[in-house]
Design a protein around this ligand. Structure first.
Ligand code: PLP
Length: 391
């Protein structure tokens, strides 16, 4: 019988796998060590002739269970779980970049990713080449002679859309390794391997877990690419996810499809509402027909995601008054959970960015980023309307 490819809803919610003693969900192997039955077994492991487990930094069944599910959702060959999104990003860079390499990155990245590149890659002699990824001629020129390429779409925090298939084609033309941070979209809304991208990264802290109760990251490799260096970096640097976090992530994933559908619907409704509000200067959301990324988003995404950003008329003080008067939407830094959160990037992800970097990222001192949760949309609309009255 031909192998049946399961659809996303079944991969997330289903229980295809077989775990020890018939467990339907993966047991938590909260153990650092795995026992050898005898010295001959230890010797076979040392010779590379046995895949018997040794030590959780090298691998653990609870972690493998969640890696397999995410690899399947992305349509990839293999996934590697990390203790944070930042640990995944840095392991990927450590695995693929060497002193003297040029690394072409989008000029609109999550502030923490950009800070990591500035603070930790530059001192190792990697040249970071920041390019406007909507300008394909500029990307084409920059990729000539480069080692690797990294971007996110939609971008954090003001949801710029980058044409994934076009950038993947340019990377292939120049033989440059490509990676996409797919945190904002999730594999439910877009699948970068279908565009021809080599690696996908996630901060699973966000939508994939979806309950705001763990920090984690994931790297996923496309089929046909070597994963040896990433495996080696993770093993040697020790950034692997904890088994309990892996269990929670596996549990969160089971509702991913229904959560993302609701995030998409709530965010679109809220963005449409804010877009016509007289206290709002600008609404950023790729699902809006007047958004510059709308046409590309329609081609490459199945839904437009759960993040809406707004510029509030009246500057920093007005934006602060808006946030301080919200009662349902919580003032907190992260995103992607069931509950709606709001933050000002100028006080969180972009605190350390220079004025030029903020301008490049389309972040003003009166931008508010809303991670639209899965509450009742009428309560969210009422909440923003009440808070905007205080502006
Ligand atoms: C788009 C994006 N990538 C990466 C990260 C870093 O992930 P973590 O906080 O899990 O290390 C974040 C965190 O906010 C993010 O928003």
């Amino acid at each position: 019988m031909p192998e049946r490819k399961r659809r996303d809803g079944t991969v997330c919610a289903g229980a295809d796998e077989h775990y020890e003693r018939g467990a339907v969900v993966p047991p938590i192997y909260q153990t650092a060590n795995f026992r050898f039955d005898n010295t001959e077994q230890a010797a076979a492991v040392a010779r590379g002739e046995s895949d018997h487990l040794i030590y959780t930094r090298y691998g653990n069944p609870t972690i493998e269970a969640v890696e397999q599910r995410i690899a399947q959702l992305e349509g990839g060959q293999r996934a590697f779980a990390f203790a944070a999104g930042q640990a995944a990003t840095s392991a990927w860079c450590y695995a693929h970049l060497r002193p003297g390499d040029r690394f072409v990155v989008s000029n609109r990245l999550y502030g923490g990713t950009a800070a990591y590149m500035n603070d930790c890659l530059t001192p190792f002699g990697v040249a970071i080449d920041r390019v406007d990824f909507t300008d394909h001629d500029a990307v084409d020129r920059a990729l000539d002679g480069a080692r690797a390429c990294w971007f996110e779409t939609p971008t954090n925090p003001t949801t710029q859309i980058i044409d994934g298939p076009a950038i993947a084609a340019l990377c292939q033309k120049h033989g440059v390794l490509s990676a996409v941070d797919n945190t904002f979209a999730t594999p439910i809304n877009q699948k970068p391997f279908d565009w021809g991208i080599d690696w996908v990264m996630h901060s699973v802290t966000k939508y994939l877990n979806g309950h705001g109760d763990l920090i984690g990251g994931m790297l996923v490799a496309r089929h046909g690419i070597s994963t040896d260096t990433v495996a080696s970096v993770r093993k040697n640097t020790g950034g692997i996810m904890d088994p309990h976090a892996a269990f929670l992530l596996h549990r969160g994933l089971r509702t991913l499809v229904v959560r993302v559908e609701r995030h998409n619907a709530n965010a679109l409704a809220l963005a449409r509402h804010l877009n016509q509000h007289d206290k709002v200067e600008h609404t950023y959301y790729p699902g809006l027909e007047n958004d510059p990324g709308h046409a590309i988003a329609k081609r490459q995404m199945r839904g437009f995601g759960g993040i809406v950003a707004i510029d509030i008329k009246g500057g920093f003080d007005a934006a602060a008054r808006f946030i301080d008067h919200l009662q349902v939407i919580v003032n907190a830094a992260s995103l992607g959970g069931t509950e709606s959160l709001v933050s000002m990037p100028v006080l969180t992800s972009h605190t350390r960015a220079t004025p030029e970097e903020r301008a490049m990222a389309r972040v003003t001192d009166h931008t508010a980023r809303i991670s639209v949760g899965i509450e009742d949309i009428d309560d969210l609309i009422e909440d923003v309307d009440n808070a905007l009255k205080a502006v």
